[in-house]
Design a protein around this ligand. Structure first.
Ligand SMILES: Cc1cc2nc3c(=O)[nH]c(=O)nc-3n(C[C@H](O)[C@H](O)[C@H](O)COP(=O)(O)OP(=O)(O)OC[C@H]3O[C@@H](n4cnc5c(N)ncnc54)[C@H](O)[C@@H]3O)c2cc1C
Length: 454
């Protein structure tokens, strides 16, 4: 089907400089989500324009993330296990979660209440099923994108999950056993099995109590994939507006106006894919999004020789992931609830380093090449928000939290299906990802003080 014919509304610049370019869909945000969205729409014949507030793409959450495509291992953060661990974490220096009440702001409270509600066994199983379906679907579509770009975006395969204590591992197995109907492709490994899967761990200071092997999970450099997508878009006729923040979205009758610092653009449809900036932007169109910024950290080491070969692995007790990226090894973790401040803090970076040298003692005196902190756009249920909101031509592709690299390709296809067909249709059930009343209510007062980027 020709998307152009379907979209119907050409975009014009409302200024008087005559610089008018017909565009069907505008995408706000030049991270992995916006770029994957633009690619999917361009592939279908839509004329697309991408707006990014920074001078280049992938400078925010997509810049130096953990690099893992968790096709089979994706789980929502809000789980019965988290609820059980919270009291212990209050006293553990290496706790993966940190709350900074004075920085978070009161607006975070309804979000936190809703997140806690999602830690029940019942909610977790529902959310996990939806997330797993989308993650698996997305992996298939990443393969299509690789074929279309004639390049590899996610070269590595196989991820090993490790547990430090027998108790945690037993609980994880029990939870997995309850979810047999998801048919997750996973192998359960005893301590010896973990070492066989990753002999490099024989050097570790600690021994895993057990683990899981996910053969279908993949890994690769998200920022490099963004670069390749951007190059493909510009070569194939997409218009890319860098350094041009969208300040407001004004719904019209059969069109939408994007207001930037440079011009007003009249477009047929708009997709908001602006990461943690999405809530502020959506609010200009009277849409409340339940998105909370959660800071994460990464360190990038020159990889010890054997670590370059993989597999990727993760310390599930401390929620730190390790990913070989060519001649580098990326370690990523931490969830700090502290508002929109994205500056790195040495104490969290050193916690990641401590965990890294437990498993790979050779890294002890290795300096990180890149220390980085960034904000994940989290929803209380851990599911992204996808699809049309109202009937004004505004679509959402937001709230991917810790899994945006994993979910980007599948999420882009779901939103593009809806833009093209005008209805909620596609290969998987996308109903769990809609912004329904329950999900909206958690965003009623989140971050009322934040204004859109730019
Ligand atoms: C420490 C860490 C580790 C992670 N590890 C993994 C992992 O291993 N696997 C995985 O799947 N995911 C991982 N993630 C999550 C993943 O990185 C994110 O979900 C993903 O990058 C989100 O992409 P995005 O495009 O929505 O956001 P971003 O990359 O933040 O892009 C949003 C863009 O929108 C732009 N923008 C915002 N407002 C406006 C505006 N008003 N106008 C124009 N532009 C605007 C911003 O400048 C930005 O470039 C990790 C995240 C972190 C923080």
């Amino acid at each position: 089907m020709n998307g152009r014919a379907q979209a119907g509304h050409a975009t014009t610049r409302e200024g008087s400089d005559g610089d008018s370019h017909p565009i069907d869909v505008a995408i706000v945000g030049g991270g992995i989500i916006g770029l994957a969205q633009a690619h999917e729409l361009l592939r279908r014949g839509f004329r697309v324009a991408l707006f990014e507030s920074h001078v280049s793409c992938a400078t925010q959450a997509s810049h130096a993330n953990g690099g893992q495509i968790s096709a089979e291992s994706a789980t929502p953060w809000m789980s019965p296990q988290i609820r059980r661990e919270l009291p212990r974490w209050l006293f553990d220096r290496h706790r993966p979660v940190s709350l900074q009440p004075l920085r978070m702001g009161w607006g975070t409270l309804p979000w936190l209440a809703s997140a806690l509600g999602n830690t029940s066994q019942r909610r977790y199983l529902v959310n996990h099923s939806a997330l797993h379906t989308l993650a698996r679907y997305s992996l298939g579509i990443w393969k299509d994108v690789e074929a279309d770009l004639a390049t590899q975006l996610v070269p590595g395969s196989g991820v090993l999950y490790l547990y430090r204590s027998r108790r945690e591992w037993d609980r994880a197995q029990a939870l997995l056993a309850r979810e047999r109907d998801l048919a997750i492709r996973v192998e359960t490994l005893d301590p010896d099995g973990c070492l066989k899967r990753m002999p490099l761990l024989r050097q570790s200071k600690i021994q895993a109590a057990g683990g899981f092997w996910y053969p279908d999970d993949r890994f690769g450099d998200c920022a490099a994939a963004c670069d390749k997508l951007l190059m493909h878009l510009t070569r194939n006729g997409a218009r890319v507006h860098m350094d041009e923040a969208v300040r407001a979205i004004e719904p019209g009758q059969g069109f939408v106006v994007l207001v930037t610092g440079r011009a007003r653009y009249r477009v047929g449809q708009v997709v908001i894919a602006a990461g943690v900036g999405s809530a502020a932007l959506a609010r200009t169109a009277a849409i409340r999004l339940p998105i909370c910024p959660v800071k994460g950290y990464t360190r990038t080491y020159p990889a010890p020789p054997l670590a370059c070969e993989g597999p990727a692995f993760a310390d599930l007790s401390r929620k730190v992931v390790f990913t070989p990226l060519g001649d580098r090894l990326r370690a990523a973790g931490m969830a700090v609830f502290g508002g929109f401040d994205d500056r790195p803090d040495e104490q969290y970076l050193s916690r990641i380093h401590d965990t890294a040298i437990d498993w790979l003692p050779g890294l002890r005196d290795t300096a990180s090449q890149l220390d980085w902190a960034c904000l994940r756009a989290m929803t209380p249920d851990g599911l992204p928000i996808l699809g049309a909101v109202g009937s004004a031509g505004i679509f959402l592709n937001v709230g991917h939290g810790p899994l945006g690299w994993t979910l980007a390709a599948g999420a882009a296809r779901i939103v593009a299906d809806e833009i093209e067909s005008g209805k909620h249709a596609g290969a998987i059930d996308s109903a769990p990802f809609r912004l329904d009343r329950d999900r909206r209510s958690a965003g009623w007062c989140v971050f009322a003080r934040v204004s859109p980027a730019g």
